[in-house]
Design a protein around this ligand. Structure first.
Ligand SMILES: Nc1ncnc2c1ncn2[C@@H]1O[C@H](COP(=O)(O)OP(=O)(O)O)[C@@H](O)[C@H]1O
Ligand SMILES: [Mg+2]
Length: 416
């Protein structure tokens, strides 16, 4: 592993969030969009008494199945929060418990600050109509209605006047790339197009919360990738919070701001894509993590190595002595009138001018942003043939990355 990882907190500080990049309307930017606290779901004839036994340590209560076991997490406003796990790990039960499509056995759920488990039926159905939208794996379109009416359906239920709802539906159909299909029936569309209709139908109401349960799992890989891109684009432009369920790590890494990993009803790890890939909490997560395309997950700020700084007026011979003493591969020089650059011991050997001062060297160093992916950093390493400097959005130097650091970050620990 790399020697001097920036702490995860430091890496996060330097990684601009979606919210910093794209200011969107947020009602409570400081609070949580969803708060889940010690949530349980036991299926079976006597869930409450079975729950007591589970809480007392039983692993199996005959006739009962604990699909969600004491799960707690917060989802931030405007975040795309992914829940990932193998089939049967409790993902669908969990997401349905959030809006009480399934009644939880115990625990607390708050959405936008309101306790969901104490809402009346009328309040619940109002929220489902107005503020929450759901997209499922099997599209659930109305077969005898055309695309336009399918997309406008929720607005119709909410009694939005016909003209307005059709206008909004048209706009949303255009946004998901389905212009021209308004008058078709679902049976005339491919699976990918049907799921676009499903997305449009969910988004047309401009919901505050979008829940997606393996929405793309039934689609071919290329179409799935297209729809992931589409969703990311819509998520960046919109102001809704999304909870996205998948069993596919690549999908989770691509769409998730943060990922919660479930196993047998338990939340085993919650973190950014980088946290999951670089620091898997256990063997279960590690089995997913080894499959991850690391160059598309790891960010420059996370692997940047601290470099010593040497004074611009220092002669090369003194700089070589400093290299020898502290054993580092490169050092930062900040000449008065030019951009800072990195020198390596190799540069200095080649020059063979012991009295020349560092600040007079004509060396150019490429800068990469802290949130740049490793894949982009590697392109720059290859192009420039030199180590690169990593900088924060404010332009502060976070450290350096050379070939050896990049290769170490690419390799999976324990695989060699
Ligand atoms: N209505 C139900 N009655 C009994 N067991 C159920 C029911 N729904 C789901 N389960 C069980 O709960 C566990 C979690 O299921 P589910 O939430 O569908 O997981 P996932 O979505 O991760 O595949 C599974 O073992 C499943 O068989
Ligand atoms: Mg499921």
């Amino acid at each position: 592993m790399t020697k001097q990882l920036l702490s995860p907190q430091a890496a996060r500080r330097h990684r601009p969030t979606e919210q910093q990049l794209i200011p969107g309307p947020q009602i409570s930017p400081a609070g949580s969009a969803i708060e889940v606290d010690d949530l349980w779901k036991v299926y079976g004839p006597n869930p409450k008494s079975a729950l007591k036994e589970y809480r007392d340590g039983a692993t199996y209560v005959p006739g009962h199945m604990t699909a969600v076991r004491g799960v707690s997490f917060d989802v931030r406003p405007c975040e795309t929060f992914v829940v990932m796990g193998l089939s049967g790990s409790g993902k669908s039960t969990l997401i349905r418990c959030l809006t009480r499509l399934i009644e939880p056995t115990a625990g607390r759920v708050k959405i936008d600050g309101n306790h969901v488990l104490t809402l009346s039926d009328a309040e619940l159905s109002q929220q489902r109509r107005r503020d929450w939208a759901m997209v499922f794996q099997h599209f659930g379109l109305l077969p005898h209605r055309r695309v336009l009416q399918n997309v406008a359906y929720g607005l119709e239920i909410s009694r939005v006047p016909r003209r307005e709802r059709e206008e909004r539906a048209h706009r949303m159909i255009e946004l998901v790339g389905l212009s021209g299909t308004e008058q078709k029936y679902p049976s005339e569309l491919s699976g990918g197009m049907r799921q676009r209709v499903g997305l449009a139908r969910a988004l047309v109401q401009n919901p505050r919360l979008l829940l997606l349960d393996e929405p793309f799992s039934a689609l071919d890989p290329l179409i799935r990738a297209d729809l992931q891109d589409e969703l990311l684009r819509l998520a960046r432009g919109g102001s809704q919070t999304s909870v996205f369920i998948t069993h596919d790590l690549t999908e989770a890494l691509k769409v998730g701001d943060r990922i919660a990993i479930m196993r047998d009803g338990v939340l085993v790890q919650l973190g950014t894509p980088e946290d999951i890939v670089l620091n898997p909490a256990d063997d279960y997560v590690r089995r997913f993590a080894v499959e991850a395309p690391r160059s598309k997950v790891v960010r420059a700020a996370t692997i940047a190595q601290a470099v010593p700084e040497l004074p611009a007026e220092l002669p090369i011979e003194a700089a070589l002595a400093a290299f020898a003493q502290n054993g580092s591969g490169s050092a930062l020089v900040r000449p008065d009138a030019r951009a800072p650059f990195l020198i390596t011991a190799q540069d200095l050997f080649q020059l063979n001018e012991p009295r020349r001062v560092l600040g007079s060297l004509e060396i150019r160093t490429s800068n990469v942003k802290g949130d740049e992916l490793l894949a982009g950093v590697m392109q720059e390493l290859i192009r420039s043939g030199r180590p690169v400097l990593v900088e924060s959005p404010a332009g502060d130097h976070l450290g350096a990355i050379d070939n050896a650091t990049a290769v170490r970050a690419l390799s999976v620990p324990g695989s060699t």
